[in-house]
Design a protein around this ligand. Structure first.
Ligand code: GCU
Length: 601
């Protein structure tokens, strides 16, 4: 009996120790920028709380002493502030390397209105957050790069309110990403915080895209939320194309439609966006949507039925010039403007979903997008909670951007080890992605090419079977051999699928010069790009490139004094926005390539 009791106690302990698998909340409200919102951005009071004493002390109550003898050991109003959005690491020097909980508080006034529902929306909080309004818990969220929201209609007061957020960027081996990354662990409320106002019955989400494989049929649905969601008439209007349709929602509040459409197709050369008006009952808003198809045929990627070569570059969500986590429309304009200047028609947004400003700008600028969840290097492949976490991040990445024409690739992972539990994990994610979005291509970046004789490499990662497009990272001339050795390498694949060289590159400190054999000089990096570009052009199945990386970015793995100073220096731009010699090598390669491309429609 005693033994049974011990087993029971031990099991109970394990259960409390394991992080609870998140009950995936409904996908976040779509098209926030098209709705009636009140911004909670700006200065928030903060308390840095490395031992998480704030939880027991109940900081979320934002209490003041009742009388002169009452003991309260915190005071948000008297505490320092951080700007939201923005990581804490680059706002306060003492927080540059900080990993742990920080409590945020903001007091705001609000005028309640009849028949109006209110939600508090977070563009992202890295990495885990607990949210409270007026001292009441709203919920928790895990995942540092996807939006989430909570309804606050009943908890909001007419007049003064206060919101408290505990944000923690504490790394864990069962998180997504895990303990080890080659980017800075920027913590905090890193994107917008908004109050969203909706009618009592409102449009939560919608899908308005071309039907898979069709250039002249729109497949769509509208999801209505609210007690009266059944039997709601919804309408979708694209007046410029002479399209107006309506449908009635079913018992779950969903209405589907399928209709003929004569549209100008979206492409890098003609990033045509249509104004789409979506309405139902008292709810109505506009979205700008492009229409295109993306498919594969053997080793080709077809945009609108025509082969396209992806002239790309990889980039982190690193704020140009100012540093830290990028979040603004200006940050996006600078970064994607540099990609355009490079001659790109494609960007790999590494290694996590970037902010919505970037995706919407890519729609307008005509840049094709590879969007990725941070299943990066090694994670806890055998943990159900880790899988549920990755599935939620994938679902919310797709939910936010599934109407964006620029997004053509959902990437499941980067450089993960070839082993059975990883394959099972990623195969599940591939099945999820296809179920959530049958129109886009599924990919992953892998560094698992195997030696196949002297200077020969073959790609036969079993994960390739479950992908539409294969991403291959290889670092000849930097981590392997000399740049000149890249010329002799032969790369083949067992899959008749498009292959993107999703990373190659090497480091250089801007302004450091010497001969091409001297590491860390601009000449070395430029020479590496010359030899790499010679080689990759010969790869059969090659459908695109996204060399590593647009701009130098902070990384705790790169301490080399006077050269790295905690920056990864593989950028074609320095973090101060200066162009290195390799920038011009790649720019010339893309311009020459573009000059010989068949014109796309
Ligand atoms: C890897 C990885 C990147 C990393 C790069 C590097 O391929 O995917 O995240 O920054 O190599 O070593 O610079």
């Amino acid at each position: 009996m005693r033994c049974l009791l011990l087993i029971f106690l031990f099991a109970a302990l394990i259960q409390t120790e394991m992080p609870q698998a998140q009950t995936p909340p409904a996908s976040p409200i779509a098209n926030v920028s098209g709705r009636k919102t009140t911004s909670l951005n700006g200065a928030w009071h903060i308390i840095v709380d490395p031992l998480e004493s704030g939880l027991n002390a109940k900081y979320f109550r934002n209490r003041k002493p009742k009388d002169k003898s009452d003991l309260v050991e915190y005071d948000f109003e008297a505490s320092e502030t951080l700007n939201v959005p923005g990581d804490w690491n680059t706002q306060k020097e003492k927080l540059l390397f900080y990993e742990g909980p920080v409590w945020y508080e903001k007091t705001f006034s609000y005028a309640k209105r009849e028949h109006t529902r209110v939600f508090v929306y977070f563009g992202a909080v890295n990495y885990r957050s607990r949210i409270y309004l007026n001292g009441e818990a709203l919920g928790e969220h895990e995942g540092g790069f996807t939006p989430f929201d909570f309804e606050v209609t009943k908890l909001l007061r007419d007049g003064e309110n206060f919101i408290v957020v505990e944000a923690s960027n504490q790394r864990r081996n069962d998180a997504v990403p895990g303990l080890n990354t080659d980017w800075w662990n920027y913590g905090g409320i890193t994107r917008d915080v908004l109050l969203i106002e909706t009618p009592e019955t409102f449009i939560h989400d919608y899908w308005v895209q071309l039907a898979k494989g069709s250039h002249d049929q729109i497949d769509g649905w509208v999801q209505v939320d609210g007690d009266r969601r059944p039997q709601q008439r919804v309408s979708v209007e694209i007046s410029e194309a002479g399209i107006k349709t309506s449908a009635v929602t079913d018992a779950d509040g969903r209405a589907a439609f399928h209709l003929p459409a004569k549209l100008q197709l979206w492409s890098p050369k003609n990033p045509k966006l249509y104004d789409v008006l979506i309405s139902s009952g008292g709810d109505a808003f506009h979205d700008s949507i492009g229409f295109r198809t993306i498919e594969t045929r053997g080793s080709q990627i077809l945009l609108n039925g025509e082969p396209i070569f992806l002239r790309g570059i990889s980039l982190h969500e690193e704020a140009p010039i100012r540093g830290g986590r990028a979040y603004s429309a200006d940050d996006a304009q600078t970064l994607l403007g540099w990609a355009k200047e490079l001659g790109c028609n494609f960007v790999r947004l590494a290694h996590y979903p970037h902010n919505e400003n970037e995706i919407r700008l890519a729609d307008r600028m005509g840049l094709l997008v590879w969007s990725e969840i941070p299943v990066y290097w090694d994670i806890a492949w055998d943990s159900p909670a880790t899988l549920a976490n990755a599935q939620l991040q994938l679902k919310d990445m797709i939910a936010r951007d599934h109407n964006r024409a620029s997004v053509i690739l959902w990437s499941l992972s980067n450089e993960t080890p070839v082993k059975p539990d990883r394959l099972t994990f990623l195969r599940t994610l591939a099945e999820d992605a296809r179920r959530l979005d049958s129109t886009r291509l599924i990919t992953s970046a892998m560094n698992s090419a195997e030696d196949d004789g002297p200077d020969r490499h073959i790609f036969r990662d079993p994960l390739g079977e479950f992908l539409d497009v294969l991403g291959l990272n290889e670092y000849y001339g930097w981590y392997v051999g000399r740049p000149e050795d890249a010329d002799r390498q032969i790369w083949t694949s067992v899959y008749d699928k498009p292959l993107i060289i999703s990373e190659f590159g090497g480091g250089a400190a801007y302004g450091r010069h010497g001969d091409a054999a001297t590491r860390w000089t601009e000449e070395y990096q430029a020479n590496l790009f010359v030899h790499q570009l010679n080689t990759v052009s010969k790869i059969p199945h090659l459908a695109g490139l996204s060399p590593w990386v647009l701009m130098d970015f902070r990384s705790p793995r790169r301490p080399l004094p006077g050269i790295q100073d905690y920056y990864n220096r593989k950028g074609l731009f320095s973090n101060a926005g200066q162009r290195k010699q390799a920038f011009f090598v790649l720019q010339k390669f893309y311009r020459d390539r573009q000059a010989h491309e068949p014109p796309l429609p």
